[in-house]
Design a protein around this ligand. Sequence first.
Ligand code: ADP
Length: 163
Amino acid sequence: MTRIALYPGSFDPLTNGHLDIISRACRLADRLVIAVGAHHEKSAFLSAEKRKALIAAEIANIADNIDVAVFDGLVVDAARDLGASLLVRGLRNGSDFDYEMQMAGMNQAMAPDVETVFLAAAPSINYLSSSLVRQIAAMGGDISSFVPAQIAEAVRDRIGRAG
Ligand code: ADP
């Protein structure tokens, strides 16, 4: 049986923290699908299609069993549609834990056959978040050590266009 894992998130933008989870999660399954949430498309920083394209370019350098897709419904429905039996999430700290435990509980109630797996954030980058990257970039800070080069460029472009 092919074991498919789904890694859902906003990835707005993808950070080195996400990349670390991706490179570890792809070893836990035959196939890893990164699911980019398009739920708040109007208030999103980068469009879901842009996020997907940026992620596609990054994962090409990691392994060949990783795909990326956009979804806008429930994570458990996306998992069912793709035949995924694992849901991957990263844990950085206590607030992630509280939120993620609740989400995992709800998802388990809705889809008992889909197992949530938490990966502990790498200690060296457990402070990284997309929202802080956006804020730092908006204030003219250097984000090059937090995100891959192509992503940093896309973030700067986006801020340039808004300004
Ligand atoms: P969401 O809006 O679904 O929380 P995010 O893109 O913020 O989407 O996060 C997606 C997943 O990646 C979450 O499980 C989050 O905890 C994890 N994550 C985010 N940043 C890091 C990081 N620096 N290290 C490890 N995991 C991370």
